[in-house]
Design a protein. Structure first.
Length: 91
């Protein structure tokens, strides 16, 4: 594996890990306030944004736009900083 390919794989893994943590933060917020789900239409692709991580947000916007181009319904949602953040836990 070339250095460039290895760096891309590492960056991809980091984005995946960050998105898993972001998803867990969202699920914890839903557990605390289930009404959050009322504003999310059935069948939509939900793209979460942090508002404080430009690299992750840019990657997620690009993923969402790819879904839009593929004809999917997409909802971009800015996730407010949770009171207890899964993403703040050690890896």
């Amino acid at each position: 594996m070339s250095i460039e390919t290895e760096a891309q794989a590492t960056a991809s893994t980091n984005l995946e890990t960050q998105n898993i943590r972001l998803s867990m933060d969202f699920l914890m917020q839903v557990g605390d306030e289930p009404a959050i789900l009322d504003g999310i239409p059935d069948g939509v692709t939900l793209i979460l944004l942090t508002g404080n991580d430009p690299a992750l947000d840019a990657a997620n916007v690009e993923l969402g736009l790819a879904q839009v181009r593929a004809g999917k319904d997409v909802l971009f949602r800015l996730l407010p900083a949770p009171a207890r953040a899964f993403s703040a836990l050690p890896a």
